[in-house]
Design a protein around this ligand. Structure first.
Ligand code: NAP
Length: 313
């Protein structure tokens, strides 16, 4: 039997507690050996440190780390981890800039360790079946609608509104991680409108038009002000009917067929991510797909900025 990979989790916020700890507890591939956060306390009596330097200086043996901090502070922590020779799991988005993630990828390769730029939405139940069904179909149109209530899903997360926090693209990049996986060809930003509240540094809403090399139009509507019913939907119109991937990739229906009504259709995401992380570590490779981050960067490069009313949480 292969020994479990000794893992520390860094940045003990919402996603670390909601998804990482349960997924790690449920797999024999990893053993949680420590947690790191500026605030908080030990998990299950395990060693707890306030920063990665203290973990590195300790006598805890670590093989890998999962970085669950906001993107703006991830590069420095990842650099330290790579210098230690630890494999690194980056929460999405893998960084605040493209250049820093490329530098991390190169640093990981030079150290022969595995870097994993995780995209959790790609592991939702409907995504691979959708990709398989779309292969070879003639696609006429794609509509992406990602509208959620930021007060419900991101309470108190001030970092999301700061430069490098991405605003509504924090969830929007999940939609792009799915679209870049299921659509047959790369696509490009043609037009972007970004609405930024006058008291914030990141968009609260955005409307984007993309096209691929064959001219396929892909429309995307992102909004953080959605109250009531929430939408995380991708609708693909094809020559064989309409494919709808709803609930963030968790629910697939094809050509009018009923979607299975699964109450927790995203439950496979983090177990899937940790299976993949273990597999790349054991294979001695990295997995760093920058396609979703490139599209967000291009939206910020080319988008028209509209100042909108202040956002008060
Ligand atoms: P969060 O609840 O704010 O947690 C992030 C944690 O990172 C904080 O609790 C904080 O803990 C630590 N941290 C370190 N440096 C920080 C800084 N300068 N500013 C703020 N916090 C800092 O955020 P989250 O929702 O877990 O998201 C973290 C990452 O996971 C993001 O990249 C997000 O896109 C991704 N993600 C989130 C979700 C979700 O549903 N929430 C889902 C998938 C992925 P200390 O103060 O103790 O250091």
């Amino acid at each position: 039997m292969t020994a479990p990979i000794r893992l520390a989790v860094i940045g003990m916020g919402k996603i670390a507690h909601d998804q990482h700890l349960p997924a790690i507890a449920a797999t024999s591939n990893f053993e949680l050996v420590a947690t790191v956060s500026r605030h908080g306390e030990s998990v299950n009596g395990l060693p707890f440190f306030h920063d990665i330097a203290a973990l590195a200086a300790s006598d805890v043996d670590v093989d890998a780390v999962s970085l669950c901090t906001p993107p703006q502070v991830r590069r420095q922590i990842a650099e330290t981890a790579i210098a230690q020779g630890w494999h690194v799991f980056l929460e999405k988005p893998p960084g605040a800039t493209l250049a820093e993630v490329v530098a991390l990828r190169d640093a990981a390769a030079a150290k022969n360790i595995s870097l994993f730029a995780s995209w959790h939405s790609r592991y939702a139940d409907g995504v691979e079946p959708a990709r398989n069904w779309l292969e070879g179909r003639e696609i006429a149109h794609v509509a992406i609608t990602w509208r959620e209530d930021v007060r419900v899903w991101h309470p108190g997360q001030d970092w999301i509104w700061e430069p490098g926090g991405f605003g509504v693209f924090d969830p929007g990049i999940n939609a792009l991680s799915i679209a870049t996986r299921i659509l047959p060809r790369p696509f490009f930003v043609e037009k972007a409108d970004l609405d930024i509240p006058s008291n914030r540094a990141a968009p609260i809403a955005a409307r984007l038009s993309f096209r691929d090399s064959t001219g396929l139009p892909i429309e995307m509507d992102l909004d953080f002000r959605q109250e009531g019913e929430q939408s995380w939907d991708i609708v693909v119109t094809t020559d064989a009917g309409t494919l709808t991937l709803a609930k963030g990739g968790g629910q697939l229906s094809i050509a009018g067929g009923d979607a299975p009504d699964d109450a927790d259709d995203l439950k496979g995401e983090y177990p899937g991510l940790y299976r993949r992380f273990a597999a790349i570590i054991r294979a001695g490779v990295s997995d760093v797909d920058l396609a979703p981050l490139r599209l967000v960067a291009d939206a910020f490069l080319t988008g028209r900025i509209n100042q909108v009313e202040p956002f008060i949480e």
